[in-house]
Design a binder for this molecule. Structure first.
Ligand code: CA
Length: 229
């Protein structure tokens, strides 16, 4: 899950970025209106958190530019004394708003509600063989054993599981699990895959995470004898 935060106030921006990263989201930050608009149009996010009062271009004009071409869910951040802003934001296509100051828990609840809504039929639980993944609680089990995954490992597992049975290249993995500023490095993906494999596959007889040489990785249950990787 990739989130763009467009917020010029460092305190709020850093607080959100830290909190969401800890929750396992990939977070990118734009500190003014034009940068936010550029990022929102250039890249695909699962959600955008957009402040109204921004230097360069305000949140409403950024929202209009986004809505002209994309339906990415947007949560607007508005000031307490600007009731009209909330109405205006919703009218112009924001999915929700939060009044500053807000609690992180509240933001997280709104964010989860919106992404769940946006995903429609997209399940919150994914099953791959005897591997179970709960995207909402961000937990995974194999053979009923809870897997102890870091936020990054979970993000990687979720990216593979959402497209189970499909070969996913290192570039696509890097794009989905790390942010755009990440120096796309195949080696980093390989190391991350190795760590994930040590937790989700090594202790178990049947392997689920397979390397397809020269192409990428696929997460799927297979009947045949496990390949040597
Ligand atoms: Ca602001």
């Amino acid at each position: 899950m990739k989130i763009l935060i467009v917020e010029d106030e460092s305190k709020t921006a850093d607080y959100l970025q830290r909190g969401l990263t800890e929750q396992g989201y990939v977070v990118e930050l734009a500190r003014n209106g034009p940068d936010g608009q550029h990022y929102a149009l250039q890249y695909d996010y699962d959600l955008i958190i957009l402040d109204v009062m921004l230097p360069g271009a305000d949140g409403f004009s950024v929202l209009r530019a986004i809505r002209a071409v994309k339906q990415t869910p947007v949560i607007m951040l508005t000031a307490r004394d600007r009731v009209d802003d909330r109405v205006k934001g919703l009218r112009e296509g924001a999915d929700d708003y939060l009044v500053k100051p807000f609690s992180f828990i509240e933001l997280l609840a709104r964010l989860q509600a919106i992404t769940r809504r946006g995903r429609g039929q997209d399940p919150m639980q994914i099953t791959v063989g005897d591997l179970q993944i709960d995207l909402l609680s961000r937990r995974a089990w194999r053979d009923s054993r809870r897997l102890d995954l870091t936020a990054k490992e979970f993000a990687l597992l979720a990216a593979l599981a959402r497209r189970q049975g499909e070969i996913i290249s290192k570039t696509v993995i890097a794009e989905q699990v790390w942010d755009v500023n990440f120096e796309s490095n195949a080696n980093v993906v390989e190391v991350a895959i190795k760590r994930l494999r040590a937790k989700i596959d090594n202790p178990f007889k049947h392997k689920l995470l397979h390397t397809i040489r020269g192409m990428g990785y696929v997460l799927e249950p297979r009947d045949e004898v496990d390949e040597v990787v």
